[in-house]
Write a protein that binds this ligand. Sequence first.
Ligand code: ADP
Ligand code: ASP
Ligand code: MG
Length: 440
Amino acid sequence: MKVYKFGGTSVGTPNRMKHVAELVTADKEKKVIVLSAISGTTNALVEIGELFQLGNINCSIDRLEKLRATYDPFIQSLFSETSSKERAFKIVNQYFDEMHRLIHQPFYKQILKIIIVNGELISTHLFQIYLNEQYHNCAALIPASEFMYLNDSEEPNMELISAKLDSLLKQNITYKLLITQGFICRNCSGGIDNLNRGGSDYSATIMGAALKAKEIQIWTDIDGMHNNDPRIVNNTMPISNLSFEEAGELAYFGAKILHPTCIIPAQQFDIPVRIKNTMKPMAPGTLITSDQNPETVKAIAAKDGITAIKIKSSRMILAYGFLRKVFEVFEQYQTPIDMITTSEIAVSITIDTPKFLNQIVQDLQEYGKVEVDRNQTIICIVGDMVGEQKGVSSDIFKALEDLPIRMISYGGSRNNISLLVKDNLKEKTLNALNKQLFNL
Ligand code: ADP
Ligand code: ASP
Ligand code: MG
């Protein structure tokens, strides 16, 4: 059994959806197929929810009807048979009518969560009808809301997911293809929820781990993980192999191709992850496994929206317990720390969730003078950089000759060197490193 996940662009037009159907029916192997919403739909649903929340009901309904209209030509061109078209229209209209009804109710937060998952509900339903029209009832639809449970730490409840998914697969034993939604889950109170934007990758790796799948394939619009962000840097190239650690660092530190935490379940259960290009299926893509491939620097990624906090205190000199007190403040406000650097009299820490920044700063002032720098970017250089290897740091410093660097973290792990720069220097830094480290 393999798990295949197709992103929004991969199912973004009727022709692409047809092409995905060809890909998943090319062999007879049993597959779980995880789909995202058709590209653009989730953004539209977020907008619809925001307008609703602001009390702008007419605009919200207007936007909803505009989105509904985009499905007409999609259905017309996807299906060949009138009966399939009728079924598809009926189902899509049911989803839109229900959202219409919700927007006429008094607002409460949970409605936003119910609205935003409709993209995946619609794409999977259309795909199942299409597969069954073209490939003789080969596909069953299994709702993610019936097995994708989170626990009270908002982590996947792997035991429950495994048991529920196993039982759903048994109920559908005769089907070769099991279609389900990415992104959608239930929280610990049983309410409909989601795995955050881009969360379909995470859905796929959770399912792969729960089923102990042979492989998890992430099909997207580019030929694998590239050595640098192709949205910002011109000359980038795909990487053929990455270890779980390397891929996990890249995903967490901003490589948008993978959801930030999606490598964790695959790594935990040692399930290979292959990234493939739906538009270029013959391209080798990237294979992510537990194998370490000693090769110095492999890739660079950037994570925006970082805040740096410096605590300066002469009380740090020769003191013990100082850092514990500082860390406890972040723990109290459940704010994860990304980077940390220290000197004898100061410690600098970065966070990506400034929700409790004011409270954190206030509490830290008890231990010293606190300075805050907003609008920072972490540049993360990833590879297998064993301590004895020479030259990596001098190459990095050469590339950064003309760039002011706020923090550097080196040696925390063999897989990661992180730098902190102002966010308006991100592009320049990524390009300079690309030239110096990859000769590109
Ligand atoms: P999907 O809709 O299939 O989930 P995403 O848009 O989430 O696709 O992710 C694919 C995109 O990620 C690519 O089109 C590319 O622009 C972007 N990206 C950012 N960093 C990288 C990287 N290091 N390698 C490849 N793609 C990257
Ligand atoms: N549709 C969701 C999003 O746009 C989930 C995903 O595509 O992975 O964020
Ligand atoms: Mg994505």
